[in-house]
Design a protein around this ligand. Sequence first.
Ligand SMILES: *Cc1c(COP(=O)(O)O)cnc(C)c1O
Length: 414
Amino acid sequence: MSEQKKYGFTTTILHSDRQKPIEHGSVHKPIHTSVTFGYQDARELAAVFQGKKPGYRYGRQGNPTVSALEEKITRMEGGLSTICFSTGMAAIGAIVQGLLRAGDHVVSSAFLFGNTNSMWQTVDGQGIAVSFVDATDVKHVEAALTPATRIVFVETIANPRTQVADLARIGKLCQERGIIYVVDNTMTTPYLFLPKEVGASLVVNALTKAIGGHGNALGGSLTDTGIYDWGKFPNIYDSYKKYPVEQWGMAQLRAKALRDFGGSLAPEAAHHLAVGAETMALRMERECANALAVATMLESDSRVAAVHYPGLPSHPQHRLATDLFRAYGSLFSFELKEGIDCFDYLNRLKLAIPASNLGDTRTLVIPVAHTIFYEMGPERRASMGIAESLIRVSIGIEEADDLLDDFSQALAGG
Ligand SMILES: *Cc1c(COP(=O)(O)O)cnc(C)c1O
């Protein structure tokens, strides 16, 4: 595979491992389970520790199987480099551990994955201030900025209410102000959207979801797009300034967050995720088409009160989503009319499984307010637009007709 030619998304992932020689002509990168890496020349070991020579030392900081996955994600995102973590949340937590200090300020979208919301609330009590804003309009983000703002954090399509952030305008604002712009790309994946194109500094992917895609391994990643000038960032420790300036951020994140907090991805999980990633584009095509079909059917039914899916013309950010994304994702949420109990509805579904993952090959459904958003309480839920009857649907790769039949027979049974 020549480096000169620019191949398509799936071709690139399929042939990524062969960019470097693989042991025994293996076509997959093998699973390296060794925790430590030995050197015949002790001086070489020292050179690796001092960052003067590339190489592995101890599995917490890096592993060849994990590096092969990092390389794939870097290629998918069109970035400079990637660090993998044990989960998506470990990747998001790494931003706090690796880049923020007491007195710093963060502006985050108010429309967030539940655990990310909970994490920012915790951080807000630890000497770092966090402001939550409606990120569907850049003006709310701009109004919240202070001289201490170091990071703006948004999700592309918010999980679970599907609000679309004003991604391009927020990117421009962050670039003008020299603020790190973190975009969680989990719901769109690098197949539907490249955050780099709207000026993102760091991209988060929960690999557990669509990239791995089969619900059989947890993982997360941070990718440096190369857009942010780390030379302007006040929180870089001197130890990492020995590297070229474009590597400062990731060098510090790998040491201060991955090494010191230890949320490392296991090589076995990295292998599952890398194999899953090979079919991500095919799965996304099918899932996005299925999601649009089922969301459209539900919206036209008189027993459904609301459907939230950026692919529907009724969605407040439908135009924005059409401009930004290749398709509208595999996740939508909906509310039933009063009098139809959401638990009874879910129990009538024969195919869709009540479960909390998303981006799986199988269709999964969950009553949001009673499960993943239960802990935050009714007030915060209301402020995030989460109705008590909201059902989140993560559409899988089943045949569309089977899903349409299942979701409509469950309405008829009511
Ligand atoms: C699931 C998810 C995460 C966290 O990923 P885990 O691997 O479950 O820790 C982060 N952001 C979004 C948008 C998610 O959907």
